[in-house]
Design a protein around this ligand. Structure first.
Ligand SMILES: [Zn+2]
Length: 255
């Protein structure tokens, strides 16, 4: 493994971009934030180099993750034709359990699903380094999984078990809706319908332009404000088409 600096204690997008370019496909810690929203907003802006010229002309990926030092933004450079493996959200591993209490010294192997991000720095866990490890203890054979995190932080089985218990269980499948289904397309003349028609008539129209149209030509200032707030929250150049869809989903698709 090539030794290179993955850790930093302050945000330095310039340095992170240089380092990421030197190790194509390798995730590099770029910045730390005090809130999750700030980290996520930055992660969304990195691929388009929006507000961050260090990543121009693009070809970077980014994600935000919890770290013990703050909300971390990790970036990687993916330019070129050779595909870069996608980073999974979770990994399923076999870990050793030494029993729940001090009196119970029973050994067992438990299969758990945990985040594919390091619990300390938010960097990618070694999901692509998983290998089985077979060993004997007390006359019995056990097979567990071992992996190495590129960040260097080691995962202890007890901590991984604990982490898996804190993960929310997967959502149960939704029951079939009994209420009448929402109309598939917004009604013409409804706020969503107006924006949809305008978006279709003028390709490339932005959400902010749709907001102006609703407010000035139709007096729909409330809907215009909802679009502006959503466009701001999304943090990217939201299209008018997306704005029409947004209005429709919040019930502004009927007259
Ligand atoms: Zn780590």
């Amino acid at each position: 493994m090539t030794a290179h600096r993955l850790h930093r204690t302050t945000s330095d997008h310039e340095a992170a971009a240089v380092e990421a370019r030197a190790y194509r496909g390798t995730w590099v810690l770029a910045a730390l934030y005090s809130t999750r929203d700030s980290a996520r907003a930055t992660a969304r802006r990195v691929p388009g180099a929006e507000s961050f010229p260090a990543y121009a002309p693009g070809e970077f990926e980014a994600y935000a993750a919890f770290s013990v030092d703050g909300w971390a933004v990790w970036v990687r450079w993916v330019a070129g034709d050779e595909p870069v493996p996608a980073l999974p959200d979770t990994m399923t591993v076999r870990v050793l359990s030494r029993g729940e209490s001090l009196t119970e010294q029973e050994l067992g192997v438990v299969t758990v699903t945990v985040s594919a991000r390091c619990a300390r720095c938010g960097g990618p866990r070694g999901w692509d380094t998983l290998r089985p490890d077979r060993f004997q203890e007390g006359g019995e054979w056990f097979t567990v999984d071992r992996w190495a995190n590129l960040c260097g932080h080691q995962d202890k089985y007890a901590a991984v078990l604990q982490e898996s218990r804190l993960r929310p269980p997967p959502a149960p499948p939704r029951p079939m809706p009994t209420a009448p289904p929402v109309a598939e397309a917004p009604e013409p003349g409804s706020p969503a319908g107006i924006v949809l028609a305008a978006a279709k008539a003028s390709r490339g129209m932005r959400a902010v332009q749709a907001a102006v149209l609703l407010a000035t030509e139709h007096g729909l200032t409330e809907e215009a404000d909802l679009i502006r707030a959503e466009a701001k929250a999304v943090g990217c150049q939201m299209s008018a088409l997306a704005a029409a869809h947004f209005l429709h989903t919040i019930g502004k698709g009927s007259r």
